[in-house]
Design a protein around this ligand. Sequence first.
Ligand code: HEM
Ligand code: HEM
Length: 192
Amino acid sequence: MESALLLVGSAVILGLVWKGAIASRDTLHLIGIAGTIAMIVGQGYSARKRTGLFRSWRIKEVLEHHTTLGVAGPLLVLAHTGLEFDGVAGLSALLMTVVVASGFVGRYIYRRVPAREKEEELESLKKRLEEGGENVEKDVEGLQRRIRDVERRLAYYRRMKRLLSNWRTLHIPLTALFFITVAIHIITIYYY
Ligand code: HEM
Ligand code: HEM
Protein backbone atom coordinates (compact mmCIF):
# COMPACT_ATOMS: atom_id res chain seq x y z
CA MET A 1 0.00 0.00 0.00
CA GLU A 2 2.72 2.48 1.01
CA SER A 3 4.70 1.24 -1.98
CA ALA A 4 1.89 2.01 -4.38
CA LEU A 5 1.48 5.45 -2.82
CA LEU A 6 5.17 6.17 -3.17
CA LEU A 7 5.21 5.05 -6.81
CA VAL A 8 2.09 6.97 -7.77
CA GLY A 9 3.27 10.05 -5.85
CA SER A 10 6.61 10.01 -7.66
CA ALA A 11 4.96 9.52 -11.03
CA VAL A 12 2.58 12.41 -10.34
CA ILE A 13 5.49 14.67 -9.40
CA LEU A 14 7.29 13.70 -12.61
CA GLY A 15 4.09 14.44 -14.56
CA LEU A 16 3.77 17.86 -12.91
CA VAL A 17 7.36 18.71 -13.84
CA TRP A 18 6.76 17.50 -17.38
CA LYS A 19 3.66 19.71 -17.69
CA GLY A 20 5.58 22.66 -16.28
CA ALA A 21 3.49 22.89 -13.11
CA ILE A 22 6.60 22.42 -10.98
CA ALA A 23 9.44 24.54 -12.30
CA SER A 24 10.98 26.22 -9.26
CA ARG A 25 14.68 25.43 -9.02
CA ASP A 26 14.53 25.00 -5.26
CA THR A 27 11.67 22.53 -5.54
CA LEU A 28 13.42 20.54 -8.27
CA HIS A 29 16.53 20.54 -6.11
CA LEU A 30 14.63 19.12 -3.12
CA ILE A 31 12.99 16.51 -5.35
CA GLY A 32 16.48 15.44 -6.51
CA ILE A 33 17.69 15.09 -2.95
CA ALA A 34 14.60 13.06 -2.02
CA GLY A 35 15.03 10.76 -5.01
CA THR A 36 18.73 10.25 -4.29
CA ILE A 37 18.01 9.43 -0.65
CA ALA A 38 15.33 6.95 -1.75
CA MET A 39 17.85 5.15 -3.95
CA ILE A 40 20.47 5.10 -1.23
CA VAL A 41 17.97 3.69 1.27
CA GLY A 42 17.08 1.07 -1.36
CA GLN A 43 20.68 -0.12 -1.20
CA GLY A 44 19.83 -1.33 2.30
CA TYR A 45 19.12 -4.57 0.44
CA SER A 46 22.84 -5.13 -0.11
CA ALA A 47 23.49 -4.32 3.52
CA ARG A 48 20.85 -6.84 4.60
CA LYS A 49 22.18 -9.45 2.24
CA ARG A 50 25.91 -9.04 2.81
CA THR A 51 26.28 -7.81 6.38
CA GLY A 52 24.73 -8.54 9.74
CA LEU A 53 22.57 -5.43 9.51
CA PHE A 54 18.75 -5.41 9.54
CA ARG A 55 18.53 -9.09 10.48
CA SER A 56 15.01 -8.66 11.81
CA TRP A 57 13.77 -7.77 8.31
CA ARG A 58 12.88 -10.59 5.98
CA ILE A 59 15.10 -10.53 2.91
CA LYS A 60 12.10 -10.89 0.62
CA GLU A 61 10.50 -7.78 2.06
CA VAL A 62 13.75 -5.84 1.83
CA LEU A 63 14.03 -6.80 -1.85
CA GLU A 64 10.49 -5.53 -2.40
CA HIS A 65 11.44 -2.21 -0.82
CA HIS A 66 14.59 -2.20 -2.96
CA THR A 67 12.41 -2.47 -6.05
CA THR A 68 9.93 0.19 -4.95
CA LEU A 69 12.64 2.64 -3.97
CA GLY A 70 14.58 1.67 -7.10
CA VAL A 71 11.66 2.88 -9.23
CA ALA A 72 10.28 5.76 -7.11
CA GLY A 73 13.74 7.26 -6.53
CA PRO A 74 14.62 7.37 -10.24
CA LEU A 75 11.18 8.84 -11.08
CA LEU A 76 11.86 11.65 -8.60
CA VAL A 77 15.37 12.15 -9.95
CA LEU A 78 14.00 12.30 -13.49
CA ALA A 79 11.61 14.99 -12.28
CA HIS A 80 14.59 16.73 -10.66
CA THR A 81 16.44 16.96 -13.97
CA GLY A 82 13.63 19.12 -15.37
CA LEU A 83 14.08 16.75 -18.31
CA GLU A 84 17.39 18.31 -19.29
CA PHE A 85 20.34 16.02 -19.61
CA ASP A 86 23.64 17.86 -19.98
CA GLY A 87 27.13 16.88 -18.91
CA VAL A 88 27.97 14.54 -16.04
CA ALA A 89 24.49 14.93 -14.58
CA GLY A 90 23.02 13.84 -17.91
CA LEU A 91 25.34 10.84 -17.98
CA SER A 92 24.29 10.06 -14.43
CA ALA A 93 20.62 10.13 -15.42
CA LEU A 94 21.37 7.84 -18.35
CA LEU A 95 23.23 5.37 -16.13
CA MET A 96 20.36 5.49 -13.67
CA THR A 97 17.92 4.52 -16.39
CA VAL A 98 20.16 1.66 -17.49
CA VAL A 99 20.48 0.41 -13.90
CA VAL A 100 16.71 0.45 -13.40
CA ALA A 101 16.11 -1.37 -16.69
CA SER A 102 18.76 -3.88 -15.68
CA GLY A 103 16.97 -4.26 -12.34
CA PHE A 104 13.87 -5.47 -14.17
CA VAL A 105 15.97 -7.99 -16.11
CA GLY A 106 17.49 -9.12 -12.81
CA ARG A 107 14.08 -9.55 -11.28
CA TYR A 108 12.96 -11.68 -14.21
CA ILE A 109 15.91 -14.02 -13.66
CA TYR A 110 15.72 -13.90 -9.86
CA ARG A 111 12.15 -15.16 -9.90
CA ARG A 112 13.26 -18.22 -11.81
CA VAL A 113 15.91 -19.20 -9.31
CA PRO A 114 14.44 -21.60 -6.75
CA ALA A 115 14.89 -21.47 -3.02
CA ARG A 116 17.72 -23.71 -1.85
CA GLU A 117 15.24 -26.12 -0.21
CA LYS A 118 13.51 -26.62 -3.53
CA GLU A 119 16.76 -27.52 -5.24
CA GLU A 120 17.74 -29.89 -2.45
CA GLU A 121 14.33 -31.48 -2.62
CA LEU A 122 14.75 -32.16 -6.33
CA GLU A 123 18.25 -33.53 -5.80
CA SER A 124 17.06 -35.97 -3.17
CA LEU A 125 14.09 -36.93 -5.34
CA LYS A 126 16.49 -37.70 -8.16
CA LYS A 127 18.61 -39.84 -5.86
CA ARG A 128 15.58 -41.71 -4.57
CA LEU A 129 14.35 -42.34 -8.10
CA GLU A 130 17.76 -43.59 -9.18
CA GLU A 131 18.11 -45.86 -6.17
CA GLY A 132 14.57 -47.16 -6.57
CA GLY A 133 15.39 -48.03 -10.17
CA GLU A 134 16.44 -51.59 -9.43
CA ASN A 135 13.39 -52.45 -7.38
CA VAL A 136 10.78 -51.21 -9.78
CA GLU A 137 10.94 -53.64 -12.63
CA LYS A 138 7.80 -53.01 -14.56
CA ASP A 139 7.75 -49.33 -15.43
CA VAL A 140 11.40 -48.74 -16.20
CA GLU A 141 10.63 -46.30 -18.96
CA GLY A 142 8.31 -44.29 -16.77
CA LEU A 143 10.98 -44.15 -14.10
CA GLN A 144 13.62 -43.03 -16.54
CA ARG A 145 11.28 -40.37 -17.83
CA ARG A 146 10.76 -39.06 -14.31
CA ILE A 147 14.50 -38.98 -13.70
CA ARG A 148 15.07 -37.10 -16.94
CA ASP A 149 12.33 -34.66 -16.00
CA VAL A 150 13.91 -33.96 -12.62
CA GLU A 151 17.31 -33.58 -14.28
CA ARG A 152 15.89 -31.09 -16.75
CA ARG A 153 14.42 -29.01 -13.95
CA LEU A 154 17.66 -29.08 -12.02
CA ALA A 155 19.60 -28.03 -15.12
CA TYR A 156 17.19 -25.16 -15.69
CA TYR A 157 17.57 -23.94 -12.11
CA ARG A 158 21.35 -24.10 -12.35
CA ARG A 159 21.30 -22.17 -15.60
CA MET A 160 19.17 -19.46 -14.00
CA LYS A 161 21.49 -19.33 -10.98
CA ARG A 162 24.53 -18.87 -13.21
CA LEU A 163 22.69 -16.26 -15.27
CA LEU A 164 21.78 -14.34 -12.11
CA SER A 165 25.37 -14.46 -10.98
CA ASN A 166 26.56 -13.15 -14.38
CA TRP A 167 23.89 -10.49 -14.31
CA ARG A 168 25.10 -9.33 -10.89
CA THR A 169 28.66 -9.10 -12.26
CA LEU A 170 27.38 -6.47 -14.67
CA HIS A 171 24.77 -4.80 -12.50
CA ILE A 172 26.91 -4.07 -9.43
CA PRO A 173 29.72 -2.20 -11.27
CA LEU A 174 27.08 -0.26 -13.23
CA THR A 175 25.51 0.77 -9.94
CA ALA A 176 28.89 1.77 -8.56
CA LEU A 177 29.64 3.84 -11.67
CA PHE A 178 26.22 5.44 -11.41
CA PHE A 179 26.73 6.50 -7.78
CA ILE A 180 30.21 7.83 -8.63
CA THR A 181 28.76 10.08 -11.33
CA VAL A 182 26.08 11.23 -8.86
CA ALA A 183 28.81 12.14 -6.38
CA ILE A 184 30.67 14.10 -9.08
CA HIS A 185 27.43 15.88 -10.02
CA ILE A 186 26.74 16.86 -6.40
CA ILE A 187 30.33 17.95 -5.72
CA THR A 188 30.31 20.00 -8.94
CA ILE A 189 27.06 21.70 -7.90
CA TYR A 190 28.32 22.66 -4.45
CA TYR A 191 31.84 23.70 -5.37
CA TYR A 192 31.23 25.64 -8.56
C1 HEM B 1 20.70 10.26 -9.03
C2 HEM B 1 20.91 11.47 -8.68
C3 HEM B 1 20.89 12.67 -9.59
C4 HEM B 1 20.87 12.75 -10.95
C5 HEM B 1 20.87 11.62 -11.97
C6 HEM B 1 20.85 14.16 -11.29
C7 HEM B 1 20.79 14.66 -12.55
C8 HEM B 1 20.63 15.99 -12.85
C9 HEM B 1 20.41 16.52 -14.17
C10 HEM B 1 20.35 15.67 -15.45
C11 HEM B 1 20.29 17.84 -14.06
C12 HEM B 1 20.01 18.80 -15.18
C13 HEM B 1 21.29 19.30 -15.74
C14 HEM B 1 21.03 20.40 -16.71
O1 HEM B 1 20.44 21.40 -16.31
O2 HEM B 1 21.42 20.24 -17.85
C15 HEM B 1 20.45 18.19 -12.67
C16 HEM B 1 20.43 19.46 -12.15
C17 HEM B 1 20.74 19.76 -10.85
N1 HEM B 1 21.04 18.86 -9.84
FE1 HEM B 1 20.97 16.90 -9.99
N2 HEM B 1 20.88 14.88 -10.13
C18 HEM B 1 20.91 14.00 -9.08
C19 HEM B 1 20.92 14.29 -7.74
C20 HEM B 1 21.15 15.55 -7.23
C21 HEM B 1 21.33 15.86 -5.87
C22 HEM B 1 21.30 14.86 -4.73
C23 HEM B 1 21.53 17.21 -5.79
C24 HEM B 1 21.80 18.07 -4.63
C25 HEM B 1 22.28 17.70 -3.50
C26 HEM B 1 21.44 17.75 -7.13
C27 HEM B 1 21.56 19.06 -7.46
C28 HEM B 1 21.27 19.57 -8.68
C29 HEM B 1 21.10 20.97 -8.95
C30 HEM B 1 21.28 22.10 -7.94
C31 HEM B 1 20.78 21.09 -10.30
C32 HEM B 1 20.43 22.34 -11.06
C33 HEM B 1 21.61 22.86 -11.78
C34 HEM B 1 21.20 24.03 -12.59
O3 HEM B 1 20.02 24.32 -12.66
O4 HEM B 1 22.10 24.63 -13.15
N3 HEM B 1 21.22 16.70 -7.99
N4 HEM B 1 20.67 17.04 -11.97
C1 HEM C 1 18.38 3.00 -8.82
C2 HEM C 1 17.91 1.83 -8.94
C3 HEM C 1 18.60 0.55 -8.53
C4 HEM C 1 19.85 0.35 -8.05
C5 HEM C 1 20.94 1.38 -7.80
C6 HEM C 1 20.00 -1.07 -7.84
C7 HEM C 1 21.14 -1.68 -7.37
C8 HEM C 1 21.27 -3.03 -7.10
C9 HEM C 1 22.45 -3.67 -6.59
C10 HEM C 1 23.76 -2.98 -6.26
C11 HEM C 1 22.17 -4.99 -6.46
C12 HEM C 1 23.11 -6.09 -5.97
C13 HEM C 1 22.77 -6.43 -4.56
C14 HEM C 1 23.77 -7.36 -3.96
O1 HEM C 1 23.95 -8.47 -4.46
O2 HEM C 1 24.37 -6.97 -2.94
C15 HEM C 1 20.82 -5.19 -6.90
C16 HEM C 1 20.18 -6.40 -6.92
C17 HEM C 1 18.93 -6.60 -7.40
N1 HEM C 1 18.06 -5.64 -7.83
FE1 HEM C 1 18.44 -3.67 -7.96
N2 HEM C 1 18.85 -1.70 -8.18
C18 HEM C 1 17.96 -0.74 -8.61
C19 HEM C 1 16.67 -0.94 -9.04
C20 HEM C 1 16.08 -2.16 -9.15
C21 HEM C 1 14.75 -2.39 -9.71
C22 HEM C 1 13.86 -1.33 -10.27
C23 HEM C 1 14.53 -3.73 -9.62
C24 HEM C 1 13.33 -4.55 -10.03
C25 HEM C 1 12.46 -4.23 -10.91
C26 HEM C 1 15.68 -4.34 -9.01
C27 HEM C 1 15.81 -5.69 -8.77
C28 HEM C 1 16.93 -6.28 -8.26
C29 HEM C 1 17.07 -7.70 -8.08
C30 HEM C 1 16.03 -8.78 -8.43
C31 HEM C 1 18.33 -7.91 -7.56
C32 HEM C 1 18.98 -9.28 -7.29
C33 HEM C 1 18.83 -9.71 -5.91
C34 HEM C 1 19.84 -10.79 -5.57
O3 HEM C 1 20.32 -11.50 -6.44
O4 HEM C 1 20.15 -10.89 -4.38
N3 HEM C 1 16.59 -3.37 -8.73
N4 HEM C 1 20.29 -3.99 -7.28
